[in-house]
Design a protein around this ligand. Structure first.
Ligand code: GLA
Length: 372
């Protein structure tokens, strides 16, 4: 229990325990910073923080050997680096927003795989943010907390991400997808009862190296901004399939085409699921999303493509890479009970190529951040 671990680490009981989940995105990739649509779900894998008010902030993690210390009223960008920057960044974002902050002793535990594209960082930010809001008695809605967490990620840690991951961590709900319009931050929870349809959503962690704070993500963002500028629209959300084909620069044309077609696919998936249709019908849209990320957005890598193709060949109704790209995870929609077969096929395909074995587990749509 984290309470016991906290007591061992700090010598007294915590004031409370808070959790926030990782996520997978069902569809809508690299659309969130283009004012577009995304459809993630919160996982049953989460980050847990136990915290108590203290004279100085000390953060410990069961995954890290060394504690990190700072002071809430002075912590500034650049001062805390590495894993604890996600914690310091949230404290800083609260302060920057004019909200009260407090020094805390914090113990972090979690089972969201790190570096797998499942938003372990957003789950840590959101768990810390709900803890601070509670302990300072600040009433904030889930979207406000998600925005503070994103501010930490963008302006403290320095990763130029969109807002999908933090919104998924805050708004997730059991048996639901989080349909988010990133232009307005409007959220609609969409029923996604896989068990009722005899289905499961398999997460295949390819374990290919994945790093967000590298240049590729930023380059894609810059390409999208440039394409929108050339098309004379506020964001690629406003571009049409016809207009993007007028872009003369082939790279920009492909990037823009991905975003425009991906937004349309999200809306189509939402329509199908809202109408209570068999989720198997979304399979071809998942595959089309993958092809678009591979061919137009150029963010897949061999580990990812092999897992996607193999899953479909082994009977998945649809499969696609999920998350920022260049590694990370593939999701596959499979009939309940067929997960082991699909997993075995991907393992074999990896062994044939001398890739490290993948790790697979089912994605169970779960609740967003809350106090335990
Ligand atoms: C990462 C970012 C998100 C989003 C996805 C791609 O997960 O954190 O904001 O841009 O990549 O869809």
């Amino acid at each position: 229990m984290i309470d016991d671990d906290f007591a061992i680490a700090f010598g007294h009981e915590p004031d409370g325990v808070w959790v926030a989940p990782g996520r997978v995105n069902l569809i809508g990739e690299h659309t969130d910073y283009n004012d577009g649509f995304v459809l993630p779900l919160a996982l049953d894998r989460r980050t847990t923080v136990a915290a108590a008010v203290a004279g100085r902030t000390t953060v410990r993690s069961t995954r890290e050997p060394e504690p990190v210390s700072f002071t809430a009223i002075t912590v500034a960008p650049g001062q805390v680096e590495g894993w604890a920057a996600y914690v310091a960044g949230v404290v800083w974002a609260f302060r920057e927003a004019g909200l009260p902050v407090v020094d805390l002793e914090i113990l972090v535990e979690g089972d969201v795989p790190v570096g797998a594209g499942l938003s372990s960082s957003a789950s840590l930010e959101c768990a810390v943010a709900v803890a601070i809001a509670d302990l300072t008695r600040t009433t904030l809605g889930p979207t406000e907390i998600a925005r503070l967490a994103r501010r930490a990620e963008n302006d403290y840690v320095g990763a130029p991400t969109g807002g999908m991951d933090q919104m998924a961590a805050m708004h997730g709900a059991a048996g639901r997808l989080v349909f988010l319009d990133t232009r307005t931050d409007a959220v609609e929870l969409i029923p996604f009862d896989l068990a009722a349809h005899g289905l499961e959503l398999l997460v295949i962690d390819t374990r290919a190296p994945h790093q967000l704070v590298d240049g590729q993500y930023g380059e894609r963002r810059a390409d999208c901004a440039r394409a929108a500028e050339l098309l004379g629209v506020p964001a690629l959300r406003d571009a049409t399939p016809e207009s993007v084909e007028t872009l003369t620069d082939e790279r920009l044309r492909r990037r823009a085409r991905h975003v425009v077609t991906e937004n349309a696919r999200v809306l189509e998936v939402v329509e199908l699921l809202r109408g209570g249709r068999d989720p198997r019908e979304i399979g071809p849209l998942l595959c089309a999303s993958h092809a678009s990320m591979r061919d137009d957005f150029a963010i897949t890598v061999p580990h990812v493509d092999v897992a996607q193709e193999t899953a479909v060949a082994a009977g998945a109704h649809g499969a696609r890479m999920t998350g920022g790209g260049f590694g990370g995870c593939v999701i596959a929609l499979v009939d309940a009970g067929r997960g082991a077969e699909v997993t075995a096929a991907v393992e074999q395909a990896y062994a044939d190529r001398a890739f490290e074995p993948p790790v697979t587990f089912p994605a169970v749509p779960s609740s967003g951040a809350h106090r335990l």
